[in-house]
Design a protein around this ligand. Structure first.
Ligand SMILES: Nc1ncnc2c1ncn2[C@@H]1O[C@H](COP(=O)(O)OP(=O)(O)O)[C@@H](O)[C@H]1O
Ligand SMILES: [Mg+2]
Length: 366
């Protein structure tokens, strides 16, 4: 779905083990992932599934053992000391367990992250004040860690990680110790950096209330990325599926599950999407553009109508198992969501089961 842009981070067959010999334990197995500029990725997964380990590899806190981890096209393994230093400076880390210097005030802790920048002192001070204000700490600027609550300390650590506007944000459950509103502020701050500066953010969280901020959601299980979903197109496809009325009674999570299996395809003006007489192999929902419907086959072709966004086609041949009864052609540039026959059959079958279940509930009541 993305072809024009290069990823900032590209991971291929990345594996990682702790310990050696008898004690060796593989905790990451053959992972693949891209992180693009301008996206906020949320990572979830059970405790012990390898999320923190993956973050520490991306952040160059641990060395790559097996597989490839590229930063801006270059293998991280090959970075020399200088390149590593430069890379780490571009990262804003937010750890689960922050480690603030006991002797520094909130203000000093955050401003210290700007020490290596070439900004004038006034600018450093104003940026520091600004971010602490955004994090609701204006009244705590001169407090040291021992006179701050756990949540306040976490917010200082977040300020310190973000004040230098990093290109890469690696955040490990940053909002776990925060209330709902402050958690939201933190995510908004990250989102702003991602949008305005084209930074990349990878955030581990279990807070489902924050999912709407994600451009992509990655799920980790037993050392493996088991799903990696681009949110907006999947939500869009799921909404169109729901509105199609073809799968009555399905739940949002069922629509999303089907939508995840759909491919986004593009066609040029004049291109044929479905050909009369052929076997049905896919179901389509129109995302953008307009297609025309031509019946009668090659002998007596006749355009009988058009379909716009939200309209669907291709389901008849799948349900009836008969050849395509029409040709569908793009009128201009067209984008569709396409679902393979097997996935379509499964979705329809489940809908039927659901309907049957509903009916039996109603019968058993009467
Ligand atoms: N420093 C370490 N030494 C040995 N094993 C570790 C170490 N850190 C983590 N592990 C183990 O690696 C697995 C993945 O841990 P982690 O990456 O912290 O997962 P998550 O962040 O998803 O909870 C767990 O089984 C954990 O016990
Ligand atoms: Mg962890």
């Amino acid at each position: 779905m993305r072809e024009s842009q290069e990823p900032f981070i590209r991971i291929r067959d990345l594996s990682f083990a702790y310990g050696q010999g008898e004690a060796r334990k593989e905790v990451l197995s053959q992972n693949n992932m891209e992180l693009y500029p301008g996206e906020l990725v949320i990572m979830s997964g059970p405790s012990g599934s390898g999320k923190t380990t993956l973050l520490s590899l991306i952040g160059a806190l641990r060395s790559v053992q097996e597989g490839s981890l590229k930063v801006g096209g270059d293998e991280l393994k090959d970075f020399d000391t200088r390149a590593l230093l430069y890379y780490r400076r571009k990262i804003g880390f937010i750890f689960q367990h922050h480690n603030l210097f006991p002797a520094l005030t909130a203000f000093e802790s955050v401003r210290m992250a700007l020490d290596s920048s070439d900004l004038p002192a006034t600018e450093r001070n104003s940026r520091t004040r600004e971010i602490l204000e955004r994090l609701g700490l204006s009244h705590r600027l001169n407090n040291k860690p021992d006179s701050l609550s756990g949540g306040q300390r976490q917010r200082v650590a977040i300020g310190r990680a973000l004040v230098h506007r990093p290109s890469l944000i690696l955040a490990d459950e940053p909002t776990a110790a925060l209330d709902k509103e402050t958690g939201r502020n933190v995510v908004d701050l990250m989102k702003e950096l991602v949008r305005s500066k084209g930074s990349t953010a990878l955030m581990v969280t279990h807070d489902s209330r924050l999912l709407d901020a994600a451009d992509r959601i990655v799920h980790m299980m037993d050392g493996r990325i088991v799903s990696n979903v681009l949110v907006a197109p999947v939500v869009d496809a799921a909404t169109l599926l729901r509105d199609s009325g073809l799968f009555p009674g399905s739940t949002p999570s069922e629509f999303l599950e089907v939508a995840q299996k759909m491919a986004r395809l593009r066609y040029q003006a004049g291109e044929t999407i479905i050909t009369f007489g052929e076997e049905g192999d896919r179901f389509y929902v129109l995302r953008e553009g307009e297609v025309e419907v031509e019946t009668g086959g090659p002998t007596a072709p006749k355009v009988v109508g058009t379909i716009q966004r939200g309209g669907f086609f291709g389901e008849r041949a799948l349900i009836s198992r008969e050849p395509r009864a029409a040709t569908i052609r793009a009128r201009g540039p067209v984008e569709v969501y396409a679902l393979d026959k097997d996935d379509f059959d499964a979705a329809i079958a489940r809908t039927k089961t659901f309907q049957d279940q509903m009916l039996s509930v109603i019968f058993s009541r009467s």
